[in-house]
Design a protein around this ligand. Structure first.
Ligand SMILES: Cc1cc2nc3c(=O)[nH]c(=O)nc-3n(C[C@H](O)[C@H](O)[C@H](O)COP(=O)(O)OP(=O)(O)OC[C@H]3O[C@@H](n4cnc5c(N)ncnc54)[C@H](O)[C@@H]3O)c2cc1C
Ligand code: FES
Length: 344
């Protein structure tokens, strides 16, 4: 894996509230903007009185802007550290460690030629549990992304990498209520993006024609009519109270997507219960699933074992027995590698 990254300074460029208790922070740090891959995180020292809070706080890299040397995090205020983070202003400085961890393993499209691979390839190069090469060309292969609440953060960066590689996706985004949906406006939509939201001809039944608070969905969006032939990016919104999109659980929508039969891989981030159900659905529909886990962290570098989760046999087979460290062996794992019943 190479040497651990050193801590560096990130300058707050923007720290904007985008929903109840939810903030989007744009930070300047050239190294992270250039090196982060989808699924990795940064470990942030919250500025306060010396050693308070003592431990750094982990946040997924949500988006990178290499040309501006900037990256985004999307965070929810849940306790002291995130509350302090929400008070920062442009120009304030943060001590950040990263990018850390192992990101999502990517799907390779086609059997040769100039086809892309999506995002991080560290596991492929280490002979991991890869899904290898799928499909024969641009636009024919699809993956599913499943986000519960702020679990959308790492999947946003992933969706951009997938889109650039020519793979289509169905992005199922869920929250308890519409006002808690965050980051929808950051999902790529250069093709028939947000198709279900904007009434794409291929999906005449919009899940929600509405505008979500904090998001700026395209007014008419879809340019399929102009002959676009790239990958299709479809967004399905699900809320538990039905205030936006389909009423129900994000996994209800995922079940329908997987039943459609053309999904090569599913990527999920969200609450533990949601991840367990996504893994179960993946097994039922024979779709490989990668999950991004959250655990309380101390060092963030694989040294203290404070973030360990129990490994399952599949991980043991690939030489990673006993316990896995979310910070260093993850945060992204194949669902069958981890005892998901033991998390959350
Ligand atoms: C790899 C990784 C990526 C993450 N990405 C994001 C992100 O993009 N956006 C975001 O809002 N949050 C993210 N989190 C969770 C985030 O780190 C915690 O919400 C944050 O550390 C809480 O700090 P606090 O001081 O405000 O809360 P604390 O006062 O420390 O705790 C408040 C509550 O949050 C829970 N909590 C604290 N830390 C964690 C944690 N690491 N995982 C799960 N629950 C926790 C506690 O159990 C407690 O109930 C991520 C966590 C991990 C491990
Ligand atoms: S937080 Fe120390 S090993 Fe993961």
């Amino acid at each position: 894996m190479g040497s651990a990254p050193a801590a560096s300074t990130a300058i707050v460029l923007e720290n904007r509230q985008v929903g109840p208790g939810c903030y989007r922070m744009r930070l300047e740090n050239e190294y992270i903007a250039r090196c982060a891959v989808p699924g990795q995180f940064v470990h942030v020292r919250i500025p306060g009185p010396p050693l308070d809070p003592l431990l750094r706080r982990p946040f997924s890299v949500c988006q990178v802007e290499p040309s501006h040397g900037a990256f985004l995090i999307l965070y929810q205020v849940v306790g002291r550290g995130t509350r302090m983070l929400s008070t920062l202003r442009p120009g304030d400085k943060l001590d950040v460690l990263g990018p850390l961890g192992r990101g999502f393993e990517m799907l390779r499209v086609g059997g040769g030629g100039n086809e892309g691979s999506v995002g991080n390839n560290s596991r492929e190069s280490e002979g991991g549990n890869g899904i290898g090469s799928v499909g024969s060309g641009s636009g024919t292969v699809k993956v599913a992304l499943v986000a519960g609440g702020l679990g959308i953060a790492p999947l946003i960066m992933l969706s951009h990498a997938i889109f650039r590689s020519g793979v289509g996706f169905v992005f199922v985004v869920g929250a308890r209520s519409g006002e808690l949906l965050a980051g929808l406006d950051l999902i790529p939509r250069a093709s028939c993006g947000n198709a279900l939201l904007s009434g794409c001809p291929a999906n005449p039944e919009p899940a929600s024609p509405g505008i979500v608070q904090g998001a700026h969905l395209p007014p008419s969006g879809c340019d399929m009519a102009t002959g676009y032939t790239g990958p299709c990016c479809e967004v399905q919104v699900v809320t538990e109270d039905g205030s936006v999109g389909r009423r129900g659980l994000v996994t209800d929508a995922l079940r329908d997507v997987l039943a459609g039969g053309d999904i090569a891989c599913a990527y999920a981030c969200g609450p533990a219960g949601m991840l367990r159900e996504v893994a179960r659905l993946g097994e039922a529909f024979h779709v490989p699933v990668q999950v991004s886990l959250e655990a309380r962290m101390a060092c963030g570098l694989g040294a203290c074992l404070g973030c360990a989760v129990k490994a399952r046999e599949a991980a043991t087979r690939s030489g990673r027995a006993g316990y896995l460290r979310v910070c260093a062996d993850g945060p992204v794992f194949w669902a069958e590698e981890v005892d998901l019943d033991g998390i959350g």
